[in-house]
Write a protein that binds this ligand. Sequence first.
Ligand code: DC
Length: 227
Amino acid sequence: MSMKFRSVAIDGPAGAGKSTLARRLAEKLGFLYVDTGAIYRTVALAVLEAGTDPADEAGVAALLEGLDIKMAYGPDGVQRMYLAGEDVSEAIREHRVSGVASRTSAIPAVRSFLLDFQRKQAQEGSVVMDGRDIGTVVLPDANVKIFLTAAPEARAKRRLLELEQRGQEADFDTVLRDIQERDYKDEHRPIAPLKRAADAVLLDTTQLNLDQSLEALLSLVKEKIGP
Ligand code: DC
């Protein structure tokens, strides 16, 4: 890993506000924001489009060989994902992709395929990178490691609001169940499970709104890497 760039690793469960906060934090710091969930989602979309069974590990591994995924920043500085040259940044947000991503991200071949991909992003500049195993596996030498979490009910409420704002229908119980299932899968997979790195600072945002969470994050970062 290059020493000239700084890195902030933010890990935590689904719906803790990681992506919104990481993006805002990156803006404030003038760092690039890397949403690694989007990268896993792009692989999941490829699996879906190929009609490969996500449970078929060998099939998914074979598909990786010819996989053409790219990440780039639009003129607005927002990360976009490309699959075989096509911009899939919106398509990867669909619910059906979340379910498949949770399964394919547990496949060792997928994780090792994406490891270099993610590390390369941190060699391009200073980054705020969010995911599940950034502080533990992808950037173990990150300057700052944060484990961001919130109670499942608070996360479900936020996700519901997000879905509604996108015009998608959902109900609280379904969203909560979904979050609990994904937590379980992410925490119990044998490879790179979601867990707090020993040197990560825990930030629980259950009682905090977005601005308060951002303030808390900023002061944590400044404490570690200076203003
Ligand atoms: O954060 P997200 O919901 O966009 O992530 C999509 C899936 O990818 C989720 O099931 C967890 C997985 N993921 C992972 O295993 N490792 C990462 N670094 C990022 C995401």
